[in-house]
Design a protein around this ligand. Sequence first.
Ligand SMILES: Nc1ncnc2c1ncn2[C@@H]1O[C@H](COP(=O)(O)OP(=O)(O)OP(=O)(O)O)[C@@H](O)[C@H]1O
Ligand SMILES: [Mg+2]
Length: 260
Amino acid sequence: MFTSQEPSKNNIIAIASGKGGVGKTWLSITLAHLFTRSGRRILLIDGDIGLANVDVQLGIAPTKDLTDVLRHQLPLKDAITHYHVGFDVIAGRSGSTSLANLSPEKLLGLKKDIHNIAHHYDYVILDLGAGIEHYVQFLASLAARCVVVLTDEPTSLTDAYAFVKLCSTKLNKTELSVVVNQAATQKDGERAYDALNKACSNFLGTSPSLLGVIRRDNKVRDAIRAQSPLVEKSPHTTAATDAAAISIKLLQRMCVPVSG
Ligand SMILES: Nc1ncnc2c1ncn2[C@@H]1O[C@H](COP(=O)(O)OP(=O)(O)OP(=O)(O)O)[C@@H](O)[C@H]1O
Ligand SMILES: [Mg+2]
């Protein structure tokens, strides 16, 4: 199935934030699940390598992960774990070496491998770590589209702004959009987006679009505690409904036809 092909990045979506703990990993998993339900073949990669937790939220214990790829030259395809709802996962490993310590050659190799593996899926979702370190920038640069997740807290807005600034100066080929998560109401979420957008257009001359608002919902925490995806556990709850609207919008924007 896996052969070497010309690199392409148009089906890679990075989920980023700036500030930690805003819901990147949860949103990455939820989008992977929703895209799978709509018939897409999905690979979810935990790009938060040193502090990985996709596997924890999913309640899986992969035997191989990205650390094996980077340390022992394991082919990337051999680090894939199939998750029972229908998507594939390449996990990270908490406490392992982070991408920050990798040589430029290793990073280049990883870039090629991710681009090659992306040919075998409709979409690859990259769950990024917090911050704007160079390895976060490196992973974001692999994606055609970057979804910046923020909450309505001032610190989250500031860090999201820093991430947009970085993208608009260094990653100008990556399309940006915004998700406001954990909002008390749709209106509060829109207000947070407006504040970010105003700063971006005033100081950066750019205007990332709003992909959607996800309301705060205790069922998210319950699902994470139960290590069971929200879409499976509580498909009609507020956050799942909001995320479903976002997944539809994102699919429309990515505009890649479903493969047969
Ligand atoms: N819509 C929501 N409603 C309520 N709680 C939420 C929502 N989204 C996320 N959370 C809470 O936020 C916590 C952090 O989520 P998550 O681990 O996905 O964030 P993260 O951005 O990936 O964090 P990190 O930067 O540490 O990787 C979750 O444990 C969950 O309890
Ligand atoms: Mg995370």
